[in-house]
Design a binder for this molecule. Structure first.
Ligand code: 4AD
Ligand code: MG
Length: 431
């Protein structure tokens, strides 16, 4: 007997096959019984007519419990109303391994309970859909850069230099060399590889010991960071808008079923096309003040400010040229207003807030050194980074896109903790 994955059933219409999977639900009406199972590739209804099944199968059906793993055998039948377009007229079922008292029942559970059982919760329809969208977006990220001739260079996770914020580091003892930090960003390292390859990106986990308990912060998250030699801040924003619209259209094209499962209204996503609107930080402050906010020029934008600014648009919004003092040391000073830097955040629509932070990099050796001193960083640890300005300095720019925030926005789910299989937050290290 051939064993087939649910997603391949279409190639076996009319044939008798076996499918291995896990029991989702069962119901029986005395003469006919129904089993819905999933195997990760899809969902399948198997229909058992009592008079047609093999000896013992009807009794075995009666013992099935939620999440038991089973092998069902039957004839593949095209059925327009079925989830994947096919059903099984089953003749047999055997239990491969039992499941007793599965803790996640069809009734409502609180989120605390669900996150304690995250290792099992991942099997639910909604979590499967989110996981599949995440996987598609990761693949789309690689395809986007591959198609454009970028070289993927991997950055270290154990680092000796602070990438973003001194206050948000996970540190660990590193043999005789003192402290090592878990990378907050791969950026500094890919500025070096950009000088080797011209157009590069890294994509991996990054770590922030942020004490934020918001719906958009994790202590471990994935970031895709491209870095381009001989590209300025404008080129950088053009790449970002092309990239973000590509990711959205890939999800719309290839995750139709998943977005339906998530009840995502796709109309707002369908509007996402380059170019995106751009405003400066100074304009943003004026707008917020005009709407009654007491924010002052010089303060960083908070989540509510971002939501207020973004709601005027149905596209993602670029906010450019933030004050130097609220941004990282490596951002290039704005020649037109040296209080500010040549950077941009990209704010997703529908209240999702910042999904990208990017900038042109300071390529002037003296200015960079000054900024390193001003931020109280140790120039010795950045000596290699400063070398990039000493040996063939080059205009260059890049950005980081947070995968979980992007997936949350595309899926239309409120909290990013559901967008990664095992979220890490200040109060969560289990499972
Ligand atoms: O704005 P950030 O801190 O930028 C950087 O790390 C730069 N080095 C990127 C670069 O220019 N190469 O972070 C970039 C993005 C944010 O816009 C957000 O999407 C995500 O990373 N991010 C987080 N996502 C989840 N949890 C957190 N704690 C995050 N912090 C940042
Ligand atoms: Mg940022």
């Amino acid at each position: 007997m051939t064993t087939v994955r649910v997603s391949d059933l279409h190639a076996h219409a009319g044939a008798t096959v076996s499918v291995d999977g896990w029991v989702m639900t069962t119901r029986s009406s005395g003469k006919i019984a129904f089993l819905v199972l999933r195997d990760g590739t899809g969902y399948l209804q198997a229909v058992f007519p009592k008079n047609e099944v093999v000896d013992g199968a009807w009794e075995r059906f009666a013992t099935l419990t939620q999440e038991a793993s089973v092998r069902v055998t039957g004839m593949v039948r095209e059925e327009a109303r079925a989830p994947g377009g096919y059903e099984l007229t089953a003749s047999d079922v055997t239990v491969l391994a039992p499941s007793t008292d599965y803790p996640i029942t069809p009734k409502e559970h609180g989120t605390a309970f669900l996150f304690e059982h995250r290792h099992l919760w991942l099997r639910s329809r909604r979590q499967v859909a989110i996981g599949r969208v995440r996987s598609e977006i990761q693949q789309a990220i690689h395809d986007f850069y591959y198609e454009r001739g970028f070289i993927r260079t991997d950055s270290p996770i154990l680092t000796g230099a602070i990438g973003e914020e001194a206050g948000e580091l996970f540190a660990t003892e590193y043999f005789d060399l003192g402290q090592a930090y878990l990378a907050q960003t791969g950026q500094l390292y890919i500025e070096a590889t950009a000088a080797a390859h011209g157009k590069v990106y890294c994509f991996g986990p990054t770590f922030r010991a942020e004490k934020s308990k918001t719906r958009r912060h994790l202590t471990e998250f994935w970031m895709c960071e491209p870095e381009v030699a001989f590209a300025d801040s404008n080129d950088n924003m053009r790449l970002q808008e092309e990239f973000v619209s590509y990711l959205v259209s890939r999800a719309l094209e290839r995750c139709t079923e998943e977005l339906k499962e998530l009840e995502r209204d796709t109309a707002p996503l369908a509007k996402v096309t380059a170019p995106f609107p751009r405003i400066t930080y100074t304009e943003a402050i004026a707008r917020l003040q005009a709407e009654g906010s007491d924010i002052e020029w010089g303060a960083d934008l908070g989540a509510d400010d971002e939501t207020a600014l973004a709601k005027a648009y149905d596209q993602p919004l670029f906010v450019m040229n933030y004050p130097k003092q609220v941004k990282a040391f490596y951002m290039k000073e704005n020649p037109d207003d040296p209080r500010t830097v040549l950077n941009n955040d990209c704010l997703a629509p529908e209240g999702y807030g910042e999904i990208i932070g990017g900038s042109q990099r300071e390529d002037n050796y003296e200015k960079l050194l000054e900024r390193i001193h001003a931020q109280g960083l140790d120039p010795a640890t950045y000596s290699w980074y400063l070398d990039l300005r000493k040996y063939g300095g080059f205009v260059h720019s890049g950005f980081g896109l947070g995968l979980e925030r992007t997936v949350a926005w595309i899926c239309g789910i409120p909290h990013i903790r559901e967008t990664i299989a095992f979220p890490r937050q200040i109060h969560r290290l289990y499972p």
